[in-house]
Design a binder for this molecule. Structure first.
Ligand code: MG
Length: 277
């Protein structure tokens, strides 16, 4: 049987605003509701940023706790992954919410240019975040924006900073970072298989090429990420009505490619996580 596909939904992010798409969930109530719809549609992992009520980004552990509690209540077993990205704080502020012990957290293992800023991840901060995750039993998702970050993650695993099998996400489509490029993608996958054959991986296409990268990932045995953090449109003409609508596009692709959509239990097993509550 082909390997089930874990669908990640990145519901909010730090950039899209209501003006980009009125369906972007901002408040905790909206975020929990949107996650629940996406969960019912087939998503088993939620990648989370939180906002203040005015839409600005925050790293407030209280906000994370509030949303996390709602998700755990309404989406039994769903894997909760906190972002440790740079828009919700600086330096170690980016890891304060790890005290809440989510199942997973994102970990970028290097710096990269974004459309209008540097996404700065100093070696000291990367190692501190990794150690926090290790010590709290949180599985990192390695965000790979270029090849050096993959090599960095493998080295950190060898050094004991990242326990267990690696889970890597290839992020493509951000302006000034790596575009959605087939040859580079194939080389990423090949290199990961060479360096860390036991690793699991996801393709995250940012912007209009999201479904292109989802298709490539499905064909190569990887997992998929979708959601309004990365892309607010179903296609050039149509805004996505919800995060669930984007998840359903990936479910349809899974069907086309012949990959079953992972259940919560399968997703947890594939990622080496304990069974959900
Ligand atoms: Mg994010």
């Amino acid at each position: 049987m082909p390997q089930p596909c874990i669908i990640t939904v990145a519901i909010t992010g730090s950039l899209p605003q209501k003006k980009d798409n009125p369906a972007v969930p901002i408040t905790p109530v909206e975020q929990v509701e949107s996650t629940h719809e996406a969960f019912e549609a087939g998503a088993t992992l939620v990648h989370l940023h939180v906002r203040n009520d005015d839409g600005s980004t925050t790293s407030s552990p209280d906000r994370f706790a509030q949303v996390c509690e709602g998700i755990r209540k309404h989406c039994p077993g769903m894997i909760v992954q906190f972002s440790t990205g740079g828009r919700s704080g600086t330096g170690r502020e980016r890891g304060l919410h790890l005290a809440l012990r989510p199942d997973m957290a994102s970990l970028a293992t290097g710096s990269v240019n974004f459309p209008s800023r540097i996404y700065e991840n100093s070696p000291e901060l990367v190692e501190w975040l990794a150690a926090e995750m290790r010590d709290k039993g949180i599985k990192p998702e390695i965000e790979v924006f270029d090849l050096s970050m993959l090599f960095g993650a493998v080295r950190m695993q060898k050094e004991g900073l990242i326990p267990g099998n690696l889970h890597v996400q290839f992020v493509m489509g951000i302006r000034n970072a790596m575009p959605v490029d087939r040859d580079v993608f194939d080389f990423y996958v090949k290199t990961l298989k060479r360096l860390a054959p036991e690793a699991t991986w996801t393709g995250a296409g940012i912007g209009r090429e999201q479904m292109t990268l989802a298709r490539w990932s499905l064909e190569q045995g990887g997992h998929c990420r979708t959601g309004m953090e990365d892309n607010v449109r179903i296609n050039r003409e149509t805004l996505a009505a919800s995060n669930a609508a984007l998840v359903l596009e990936v479910v349809r692709l899974c069907d086309e490619v012949g990959r079953p959509v992972a259940t919560v239990g399968q997703a947890r097993q594939l990622l080496g996580l304990p069974p959900g509550a």
